[in-house]
Design a protein around this ligand. Sequence first.
Ligand code: TXA
Ligand code: MG
Length: 328
Amino acid sequence: MNKYNTIAPIGTDMGHAQQLLASGGVVAMPTETVYGLASNAYDPQAVSQVFAIKQRPSFDPLIVHVDSVTHAQAFTAPWPEAALELAQRFWPGPLTLVLQKKSLIPDIVTSGLCSVGVRTPQHPLALSLLQQLPFPLAAPSANPFGYISPTTPQHVQQQLGRHIPYILDGGACAVGLESTIVGFAQGQPVVHRLGGISLEAIEAVVGPVSMAVQSPGALPTAPGGLSSHYAPTKSLQLGDLDRLLMQYATQQVGVLAFDRLCPQVDAEHQVVLSPSGSLVEAAQRLFAALRTLDALPIDIILATPVPDTGLGRAINDRLGRASSRISK
Ligand code: TXA
Ligand code: MG
């Protein structure tokens, strides 16, 4: 789909973004997690453009963005107590709650599910858009389906620039990983996707939570639940670096390193996520690092898991999905 002859400009014209959205168009907007491809969540026609532009399968539901709990309650059934506690603690922020929807939300948004994913983003431009528009915004990450999520306006422009009219410039995303998604079973929180709010932080509010189990090949109930996702074009191998270096000794390798360069590999073919060993910084830089490596003259990307605590769990989840890519 090559709709526009020119590449979408990157700018901060909020009036233009509002006007495009109000007339049923699609706009790339910054959030604190990743850039989103926004449309009027109440307008099925507008939402269908988002699926087309992303080449996203219709069975993968979108997240609806709102400016407050009050607005979310306009299109959701009464909330479990734990949902209210989590929203009060983490909104605005990188937490999506899966709640029962009312018919105000068209089926296309939720892929026919009775539930809807909702969140209030913590980015001044996204919040200001949401406060000024008379409707919520359905917005998936602004990348072609299956590729790495964008964390800068330039990432969006490179991949979707010819398919959208405007990219709202909010700079680089502060969190860098998509939201954590929490649903509820008999009122009890269930984590569907790890993301920008750590499991530890959620459990500090609502006590121990379970993780949703995804059966292989099942449609996502789902949350970024497809096993091959968030993937670069190049093959990514995840594991012990020394073993991987031996295994791929005959190939040009690139390394995604956590806190220090790997001495056996050319420094120009490596990206260090956080020299100080910060998982927060590593999360911020992860997707840009994968894009950088994807563009280098290398055959394969090698990566080792980061420490599996806090945001490290979500980083490892994304690395795992990036490595299970089915070859294209
Ligand atoms: O941080 C984020 O969540 C970003 C920004 C733009 O808000 N959005 C994002 O959207 O990552 P997306 O579409 O790339 O991923 C949303 C995931 C999808 O994989 C979808 O399966 C899941 O949320 N989801 C949405 N609605 C759901 C529902 N009703 N039940 C279960 N999963 C749902
Ligand atoms: Mg996505």
